[in-house]
Design a protein. Structure first.
Lengths: 233, 350
């Protein structure tokens, strides 16, 4: 029988395209109801009614697709609450339509290019954290880190997610591929590593601070507890 | 003027408002947007210290006396720049248009600078209005809100051909300071909504103009930083950076400050309170007291007394030709504020 826990598990595979974090841990799933008959009703809520419609659409569409993969699932309803384009998005998602169907004349294509851009940013940020981790002990210098292969990388969630992103982006990720790669899949030259790391850290900060703002606003608007809050406001 | 530990700081608040978002001013048929807008701002105020929070009713509309107390009496501000924001589709008389703002000029002589605005979608009539506003108010700057809705359009970009005419008009009239708000929801909706690429294009084509990116493209500061290292006439407007992060997320704030000081540099960062979202007082006190929390930040530039003086007022004073009393200027050997060529210092680092 289909359970709520199983549905939430499926929803946890859906990520905010920008933050590269599961919508479940971000607090974006407002409610999730599963009937005895296996019908599922999910409500999503975002930090502000003005969140970018493109990201809102991607998350709602991905959520519906993820729930539909749960074996034995009945009717699936995914509703975005309290957003300035909620009506358009909900109508298109309900009918299984794409972004262009939600906003005829207001977009010029599908959202895959946007998704790819943010996958690339997420990859750079996560590889930067892996690189900082490798340099931390002081045992490895820049040349040693730049020379590592995938097989040499430690068993760590950041590494696993980096490799998953590389796979999704079609970048090399086999065991003998470079441990850290540039956007075209080539290795990072040892001499460029310091500046590459600065860039990666900045991109990582951008993604993190966005996530931080989202959580703060969710707490203020919906009373969602924020585990990363630094100071109680 | 703010004084702490014997140091005196000239404070030029480069970004504040005197708005009316009370229900009486909500445009018929668009009430939900007018209401949503101000409630969104009010939620942002929640990111400041609790003793600076206002009731929603007070936040919707505050008096001239409130403004004077919060900004000049308690707020240390020597001079302030109004950034006019129209939003006439949502607010009948505008959110804070140039007339509303200019009405305060006589009340506080020598304390206020009023910036205008333009919108390329208004065409020739908009160009004429800009010239008229300039004649009446002697504009030195404008605030551009590229995400503003107008007659079914959800926004525009600085790279649009129509926008070029307005930028050329600014050059011709000597309106040198172009403040650009970079926020969400811009057309077309499927594109990256916070894109700052259009500022890059405009800054390259108009080297005589200064482009101050308000809110530094937050949350996408990386795109802004990479651009600012390459464009000597691009500046960082710190409104929202200080108000939204310094109290609520001190660690994030430290990282953001460190990155801005590294990529953009202390000569090109301008303090702005974004009042009435946040009161200036706690932001100014906090900025002067602020330092990196620990030695994991050792590879970022230091937040020196000279840097504080530049960011709090001297950089903006230079861009706006504001005279600063001798005793509030930098001491010999502390450098010069807001020098475009200083971008060279970090350019090699990009």
């Amino acid at each position: 029988m289909i359970t709520r826990a199983r549905v939430l598990e499926a929803l946890a595979t859906v990520r905010d395209p920008e933050l590269d974090e599961p919508i479940t841990s971000l607090g974006f799933v407002g409610s999730c109801v599963v009937t005895d008959g296996g019908d599922v009703d999910v409500h999503l809520r975002l930090p502000t009614p003005q969140c970018a419609p493109n990201f809102a659409f991607l998350m709602a569409a991905d959520a519906r697709a993820a729930v539909r993969t749960v074996p034995g699932v009945g009717k699936v309803g995914v509703v975005l609450d309290d957003h300035y384009t909620a009506a358009e998005i909900n109508a298109a998602i309900g009918a299984g339509g794409g972004f262009a169907a939600a906003f005829p004349g207001e977009g010029s294509g599908d959202l895959e290019a946007l998704r790819e851009l943010f996958r690339r940013k997420a990859l750079l940020a996560r590889q930067g954290r892996v690189c900082a981790m490798l340099l931390e002990g002081g045992e490895l210098d820049h040349a040693a880190v730049a020379g590592l292969r995938v097989a040499d990388l430690p068993d760590h969630p950041e590494v696993a997610r980096s490799l998953a992103l590389r796979r999704e982006l079609g970048l090399p990720c086999q065991r003998d591929a470079p441990g850290l790669v540039a956007g075209d899949g080539s290795p990072i030259p040892a001499g460029d590593l310091a500046m590459w790391l600065r860039r990666a850290r900045l991109v990582g900060l951008s993604l993190e601070s966005n996530g931080g703002l989202c959580r703060s606003l969710l707490r203020v608007r919906h009373g969602v507890p924020d585990p990363t809050e630094e100071v109680a406001a | 003027m703010y004084e702490k530990n014997g140091e005196k700081y000239f404070v030029l608040d480069s970004h504040l408002h005197f708005w009316d978002a009370s229900p009486e001013n909500w445009a018929k048929g668009n009430e939900q947007y007018a209401k949503g807008w101000i409630e969104c701002f009010h939620a942002y105020q929640g990111l400041g210290p609790p003793d600076t929070h206002w009731s929603l009713e007070h936040f919707q509309k505050y008096s001239v006396e409130d403004f004077e107390k919060d900004v000049f009496t308690d707020g240390y501000v020597d001079k302030a720049i109004f950034q006019s924001t129209y939003l006439r589709e949502w607010y009948t008389n505008g959110f804070n248009d140039i007339r509303q703002n200019a009405a305060l000029l006589d009340r506080f002589p020598g304390k206020l600078i009023v910036n205008g605005r333009w919108d390329p979608r208004e065409g020739d009539a908009g160009l004429a209005q800009l010239a008229a506003d300039h004649e009446q108010y002697g504009l030195q700057g404008v605030k551009l809100y590229t995400a503003e809705w107008r007659q079914g359009s959800r926004g525009w970009t600085l790279a649009d051909p129509e926008a070029r005419r307005f930028l050329e008009k600014c050059e011709e009239l000597g309106i040198k300071n172009i403040h650009v708000h970079k926020g969400p929801t811009i057309w077309p909706l499927d594109k990256d909504a916070f894109d700052v690429k259009d500022v890059d294009i405009a800054a390259t084509s108009h080297p005589e103009l200064n482009f101050i990116v308000e809110h530094v493209g937050l949350p996408r500061i990386e795109d802004f930083c990479f651009m600012a290292t390459q464009e000597p006439n691009v500046y960082a407007g710190l409104s929202v950076v200080v108000g939204g992060l310094m109290h609520a997320r001190p660690r994030f704030f430290a990282k953001v400050m460190g990155e801005l000081l590294f990529w953009v540099g202390e000569d090109k960062m301008l303090f702005g309170s974004d009042y009435a979202i946040w009161e200036p007082r706690w932001q100014i006190e906090g900025l002067v007291d602020w330092d990196y929390p620990d030695d994991t930040f050792s590879d970022f530039p230091r937040w020196t007394t000279a840097a504080k003086k530049k960011v709090l007022g001297l950089n903006a004073a230079r861009l706006y030709g504001v005279e600063v009393p001798e005793e509030l200027q930098l001491d010999a050997g502390e450098g010069t504020p807001a020098a475009p060529d200083d971008a060279q210092l970090v350019e090699g680092a990009a």
